[in-house]
Design a protein around this ligand. Structure first.
Ligand SMILES: O=P([O-])(O)O[C@H]1O[C@H](COP(=O)(O)O)[C@@H](O)[C@H](O)[C@H]1O
Ligand SMILES: [Mg+2]
Length: 554
């Protein structure tokens, strides 16, 4: 079938303004193929414009408005500049960071040129560095905004664009809609004034960040054998330096994943949440008889932790790491609001309450958690933690990693482990076990169809637990703005939330069950863990059928 003339015209017009030879040639080849009547993905490339999701713009690299490329980035930068001007920040500073993905540096340069062309001061981070360093720089340098070019943990063919305002947090409504409207109003990109490539931020910013993060750890035990992987991303040198500054011995680093590589050659997805991503690290830990495995995602705003157990090495869930960090900070008397996203465990609220500290729940994404007023500590199940909200109003995989190491070393000095600490927490508050079922779709329309199906026919019971309450989060609640998602409150304190991912073509189901730990029984926590695991499996099996029409065993 020949592509409609309108689409072909649109594609030609787009190619004509594309400053990137490669994407221009790609589009011209697609147009030629479409004219020969061949099947192409041209329609998808023009099906819409990349929109601000959970963490800014994110999508596959390639030509067209529905992809990440120099035209889309240039327009985004121009839209952001217009927004900043409209909100009284004309002439202010914008700091720009970038990771080591394909074209991240090119997109950072385009952003800088558009900013200087629009009369702003563009400050460009000195080299590929973690996202939290950019978030830190915004506040430290008193900028009006920040941009981080990264697609975080997405596959190699993606890139992305995180946008922050002067408070150091990522944009939320209405700013994202206002910026989107400004982007839509950008005219021909050839007419946009371009200035110079901005001024590099001095290497001192890294030193200031390192000192600030290392300062979070107090004097105390440092004996710990650590295995670390930056997962082919940009965390490596920063983490090594933070650990050293804080007095730890150098970690054993997974050699194959030590240096930034945009192809992420040893993993199928460079996301520590994905099965297999931590295999090399855990194998090295077994060989080294290490105490702990820590990992970052490629832009080092997430931190993953694995610990040895009776059967080898076990990845801790984000909720477990969140509880451990909260435990650590509460024990230190850190006062203020403890916050987590709704898809994270309800445990944090109980821990905060027991310590007399306020607690808040937010929508998914650090753009929400980072802006909680009076934040003392925030976390989300997606391996994101904010342990120093004064300096970094975003998740920070480097500071979280340091505090986890500090806590593990402290426990070790007392002959204990992180698992022992988790058991203590379970004894006090009950065992809160969480799990996730997420399904990746090739066909994006399946995502909306899944949500529609669930809205039309809510489950009555899941895993043998009655669904006591169904909330459509799209309606908003007293405490939360509307968001696409469904929340099921089940009997016995269990709950399930289903929502489309805002960063990847996935539907995610977040499960939590709470099992009381029998007092005075020696293996009470183990028994609760086994029972919780059984319940989670049963809920998952039912969800596979109800939400995704898969057989229970799939
Ligand atoms: O990519 P990162 O590491 O910045 O992580 C991003 O995506 C995660 C998953 O979001 P979603 O479930 O919508 O895909 C969010 O929880 C996180 O706050 C956001 O910054
Ligand atoms: Mg990340």
């Amino acid at each position: 079938m020949t592509a409609p003339t309108e689409l072909i015209d649109q594609a030609r017009a787009w190619a004509a303004e594309d400053p990137d030879e490669q994407t221009r040639a790609e589009l011209e080849a697609l147009v030629a193929a479409a004219e020969r009547g061949e099947e192409t993905d041209l329609a998808d490339r023009f099906a819409g414009t990349l929109e601000f999701g959970t963490a800014g713009l994110r999508g596959a690299l390639g030509a067209g408005p529905n992809r990440m490329n120099r035209v889309v980035v240039t327009r985004a930068a121009a839209g952001l500049a217009a927004h900043l001007r409209a909100t009284g920040h004309a002439g202010g500073s914008v700091v720009i960071g970038y990771d080591a993905r394909h074209n991240s540096d090119v997109f950072a340069r385009d952003t800088a040129e558009i900013m200087t062309g629009a009369g702003f001061k563009a400050l460009v981070m000195p080299r590929t560095l973690p996202t939290p360093l950019l978030a830190f720089a915004i506040r430290e340098l008193g900028c009006a905004a920040g941009v981080m070019v990264t697609a975080s943990h997405n596959p190699p063919q993606d890139n992305g664009y995180k946008v922050y305002l002067g408070d150091g947090s990522q944009i939320v409504p209405p700013a994202d809609e206002q910026i989107a409207a400004q982007i839509a109003a950008v005219g021909a990109i050839a007419d946009l004034p371009r200035g110079d490539a901005g001024r590099p931020v001095g290497e001192e910013i890294v030193d200031r960040y390192l000192d600030t993060v290392a300062g979070l750890a107090e004097d105390g035990p440092r004996e710990l054998s650590i295995v670390y992987t930056p997962l082919h991303g940009v965390g490596g040198s920063t983490v090594a330096q933070v650990l050293e500054t804080a007095g730890f011995e150098a970690p054993h680093v997974v050699e194959e994943q030590e240096h930034p590589d945009p192809e992420f050659p040893t993993v199928s997805f460079p996301n520590p949440e994905e099965p297999g991503a931590m295999d090399l690290a855990m194998a090295l830990a077994a060989r080294q008889r290490a105490d702990l495995v820590v990992a970052n995602d490629p832009d080092a705003d997430r931190c993953a932790v694995a610990v040895p157990d009776a059967h080898g090495w076990r990845m801790l869930r984000g909720d477990e790491v969140g509880a451990l960090l909260a435990h650590h900070l509460l024990a230190r008397g850190r006062a203020g609001t403890y916050a987590n996203s709704i898809v994270s465990s309800s445990l944090l609220g109980k821990m905060a309450a027991a310590a007399g500290q306020p607690h808040e729940e937010t929508l998914t994404g650090f753009k929400w958690i980072g802006r909680v007023e009076g934040l003392a500590f925030g976390y989300e199940e997606a391996l994101g933690y904010c342990c120093d909200p004064e300096h970094v109003r975003d998740k920070d995989g480097v500071s979280a990693l340091l505090l986890v190491c500090e806590l593990a070393a402290q426990a070790r000095a007392e002959g204990r482990t992180l698992t022992d600490l988790l058991d203590d927490i379970a004894r006090t508050h009950g065992l809160h076990a969480t799990d996730q079922l997420s399904v990746r779709f090739e066909d994006l329309s399946e995502i909306a169809a899944t949500m529609d199906r669930l809205r039309a026919a809510p489950p009555q019971a899941l895993g043998g637990l009655a669904v006591e309450r169904v909330e459509d989060l799209a309606q908003g609640t007293d405490l939360l703005p509307p968001t696409d998602g469904l929340r099921y409150s089940l009997a016995e304190g269990a709950r399930v939330i289903v929502r489309p991912s805002g960063t990847e073509p996935k539907v995610k189901c977040y499960l939590e069950v709470v099992v009381p730990v029998e007092e005075g029984v020696e293996d009470g926590v183990d028994a609760a863990r086994i029972s919780a695991a059984g319940r989670l499996d049963a809920i998952k099996a039912d969800l596979r059928g109800v939400a995704f029409g898969q057989p229970a065993e799939a």
